[in-house]
Design a protein around this ligand. Structure first.
Ligand code: NAI
Length: 462
């Protein structure tokens, strides 16, 4: 038994970042993780492996569609699925080992096993009970289930199984037109699968700007993906050689069936807090099963904190990381804080989709006066040269004060471009501030500046 100032439960982006920061701030720190490797869902079966497959298949797409036009001739590459999976596993391996190295470097003890909290100030891992001044729950989330759909991670998979299918499916049906469905759907579409996305709502990526969602859907359709919107999945039947997805169209209640050899269930995630003993401990949960916390990440039990996917808010690795950072600072007596209004969201397809702050929908709902500055990548020289001119940047600013309220991008490197707007917003900038900042030419970033110009007297290249 050892005693610590703080024990983080969960070695994902929330827990590992929090633990490293806590140790750097001089706290005796441990992190409990039951997986064989650190890094949580994100590094092991989420963000990192999916990005590796997105990267590899994007290269394939470029070779198939754009190489000849650039004068790059010769045999087109063919995917070797086993090798591609090995490349993905290598990307995971490098990252999880990196976290282990950082733990050693910063003197964070990795307590291997699954944790329970038998009482405030105590964490049980296997047979051992450790004392802790503070306990931080950072246990993340798991795929949500859907009535009538039984996941076997072979024919019917979640995002985890979708990262290691035995072979590239001929027909893939994706249930849910959200982030996971579209990222993994586009991986398999690029590999030659017939991909059909069945979405309950009448639009994709709910919560994002609807104009972005429409443009994004058009682009993905051009890449070969099919969409059935306004469709409620009733169940999935697994037969010997195929699966059948039963759904009803919401507009007329008509029943339909889709055949598939693989079905990906991607209808959201739910907090994972199993086995911690939260009920006995008296930790309050929200009606959605999330651990309820205040702005200092305190739960209803003194000395027990929670961060990341297990708590309310966006289920995003970088939100968890920021909260880990902040809770460590709070525990070290500093003023840790996360601005939850400025958490960017990114979809790593090609093109990427990125957003931050308000959407037109949320502004309308709040009755706020705003203006829109939009710029198409068609007017961006670099994007045109790179066959990446599909999409646009849209900046929403206060109609009176010009202060930036939100931004939405569908286009090349959107996930990187969004950050200059995040920084600007964090400093309370007006669109004119961005518009007056020199942007190097030729870069994709010029599209951001042009959208900011469009909030005022107008863009130059539109
Ligand atoms: P999601 O919430 O993004 O999308 C789920 C979709 O499924 C929604 O569009 C919803 O309307 C639809 N849906 C729900 N029930 C349905 C039904 N019965 N039939 C048809 N459609 C139905 O959830 P997703 O994609 O599973 O991702 C889970 C979480 O992981 C999200 O919070 C997401 O932000 C996060 N994530 C983030 C990534 C990123 O930042 N790039 C990558 C992957 C996941």
């Amino acid at each position: 038994m050892a005693s610590y100032d703080v024990i983080f439960i969960g070695g994902g982006p929330g827990g590992y970042v929090g633990a490293i920061r806590a140790a750097q701030l001089g706290l005796r720190t441990a992190c409990v993780e039951g997986r064989e490797t650190l890094g949580g869902t994100c590094l092991n079966v989420g963000c990192i492996p999916s990005k590796a497959l997105l990267h590899a298949t994007h290269q394939l797409h470029e070779a198939e569609h754009n190489f000849e036009a650039m004068g790059l001739m010769g045999a087109k590459p063919k995917p070797d699925w086993k090798k591609m999976l090995a490349y993905k596993d290598d990307a995971i391996g490098q990252n999880v080992k990196g976290v282990e190295f950082l733990f050693k470097k910063n003197k964070v003890d990795w307590l291997k096993g699954w944790a329970a909290i038998p009482a405030p100030g105590k964490v049980r891992v296997g047979e051992e009970v450790h004392e802790a001044g503070a306990i931080v729950i950072a246990t993340g989330s798991e795929s949500a289930s859907l009535k009538g759909v039984e996941v076997d991670e072979k024919a019917v998979v979640t995002s985890t199984g979708a990262l290691e299918l035995g072979r590239i499916p001929k027909k893939l049906v994706v249930i849910g037109g959200g982030v996971i469905g579209l990222e993994m759907g586009s991986v398999y579409a690029r590999l030659g699968s017939e991909v059909t996305v069945v979405e309950y709502l009448d639009r994709l990526i709910p919560g994002n700007d609807s104009e972005v969602a429409r443009t994004f859907q058009r682009i993905l359709r051009k890449q070969g993906m099919e969409f059935i919107l306004g469709a409620a999945v009733q169940g999935v039947e697994t037969l010997k050689t195929k699966t059948k997805v039963h759904y009803k169209l919401r507009k007329d209640d008509s029943a339909h069936v889709l055949d598939a050899d693989t079905v990906l269930l991607a209808t959201g995630r739910r907090p994972y807090t199993e086995g911690l003993g939260l009920e006995a401990l008296g930790v309050k949960l929200t009606d959605r099963g999330q651990v309820a916390v205040n702005a200092r990440f305190e739960t209803s039990v003194k000395g027990v904190y929670a961060i990341g996917d297990a708590t309310p808010g966006a289920m995003l690795a970088h939100k968890a990381m920021d909260e880990g950072h902040a809770v460590a600072e709070i525990l070290a007596g500093q003023a840790g804080h996360v601005n939850h209004l400025l958490i960017p969201g990114v979809i790593y397809t090609h093109p990427e989709v990125a957003s931050v702050g308000e959407t037109e929908e949320t502004l309308k709902e709040a009755g706020r006066a705003y203006k829109v500055g939009k710029f198409s990548f068609m007017g961006n020289g670099r994007a045109k040269a790179n066959f990446a001119a599909d999409g646009f940047v849209k900046i929403l600013a206060d109609r009176e004060t010009d202060r930036i309220l939100g931004a939405h991008i569908v286009g090349p490197m959107a996930g990187d471009l969004i950050h200059e707007i995040c920084v600007a917003m964090e400093f309370g900038a007006a669109a004119e501030d961005l518009a007056r900042t020199c942007h190097a030419h030729p870069t994709y970033s010029e599209a951001v500046r042009e959208a900011a110009l469009a909030c005022g007297d107008g863009a130059i290249h539109a």
